[in-house]
Design a protein around this ligand. Structure first.
Ligand code: HSE
Length: 319
């Protein structure tokens, strides 16, 4: 429990939190890079209650658990509530647009949105770093490990770097305007499975190539150098293993690049695939290519043409 927290609970306020989808890894930065998207996003309605405990409802079709310790938002809130001296209750109603198992940070959106909302209702006693730590408890429920590469951009917005988790060291990165085209083939890849299949050791030559790409990508964002961003979007460690789980991956990537994409790859642990482009027209033609590939494969897909969300979770007072 933290002492000297300035808690001013808003018992008579109801809020809605808009929680953006996120693309983790950004190809070469496994578990350390991520960015928030304008579309899609989840909505969470919340209010405090004088009756202690967390009560969760879902207003969508996904039948997610409502027992707090088994629910990603609930687990994150349990961690947050442990840090405050006075017991309070939280009523939370979640409407998911970001399909679980899509690779678009669905669990992070619930966990991050819940703690951002609770922090607002408690008079904002916690820092962004505190909120990332609480929300990681939700990611642990979802995938068995604490990682912050979806949660951090979901809370802060923009492109973010997790230099370290223990101790937490998060850095917001500036980035030039980018168009993001995302395809979500309607198959499920569980993050825990997509992590299980990874090799535990990497060759030094691969590590060196990956370090070069990560440094190049970060430099490309900061220098607003689109060509450097494009050639740094290369993953020689994770993508060769995980892409096997995603039908159509190679074709989407190759045809998107031929159509002018700067580059892209698996979004988080998949199956969604994202491509970055400089121009809206290119992003739209990539969307057509993605739809074509999955129609030909007989797999339903959902395509988003969007851009970077610079605000992260947004709170709106609704009552
Ligand atoms: N960095 C994580 C992974 C993100 O790729 O497993 C999961 O959403």
């Amino acid at each position: 429990m933290q002492t000297n927290l300035n808690i001013q609970p808003l018992f008579d306020t109801e809020i809605e939190v808009l929680c953006p989808a996120t693309v983790a890894n950004l190809v070469c930065g496994f578990d350390i890079l991520g960015m928030a998207l304008q579309d899609p996003s989840d909505r969470i309605r919340m209010r405090l209650s004088k009756e202690p405990g967390i009560r969760i409802q879902h207003t969508d079709e996904y039948k997610l658990p409502t027992e707090p310790a088994q629910n990603v938002a609930g687990a994150a809130l349990l961690d947050l509530l442990q840090a405050i001296p006075e017991p309070v209750g939280i009523e939370i109603s979640i409407t998911k647009e970001i399909k679980p198992g899509s690779g678009l940070g669905s669990s992070a959106a619930s966990a991050a949105g819940a703690v951002v909302g609770a922090n607002y209702l408690l008079g904002k006693p916690f820092s962004d770093e505190d909120l990332v730590r609480f929300a990681m408890a939700g990611e642990k429920v979802a995938s068995g490990v604490k990682h912050a590469d979806n949660i951090t951009p979901c809370i802060l917005g923009g492109v973010t770097l997790i230099r370290s988790i223990f101790p937490l060291d998060i850095i917001g990165l500036s980035a030039p305007p980018l168009q993001v085209t995302v395809v979500h083939p309607q198959i499920e890849v569980r993050t825990s499975d997509a992590r299980q299949i990874l090799r535990k050791e990497v060759l030094l030559k691969d590590a060196i190539r990956q370090w070069g790409n990560i440094a190049g990508l970060v430099a490309g964002f900061l220098k607003e150098d689109y060509e450097l961003i494009g050639r740094s979007l290369e993953d020689v460690i994770i993508e060769p293993v995980r892409s096997i789980l995603i039908p159509g991956f190679d074709e989407v990537k190759q045809r998107s690049k031929a159509a002018g994409a700067l580059g892209g790859g698996i979004s988080g642990s998949g199956p969604s695939i994202f491509m970055l482009s400089k121009e809206a027209a290119t992003a739209n033609s990539i969307a057509e290519i993605m739809k074509q590939v999955y129609t030909q494969l007989g797999i339903e897909s959902k395509v988003y043409v969007t851009s970077i969300n610079s605000k992260g979770c947004e709170v709106r007072i609704t009552g």
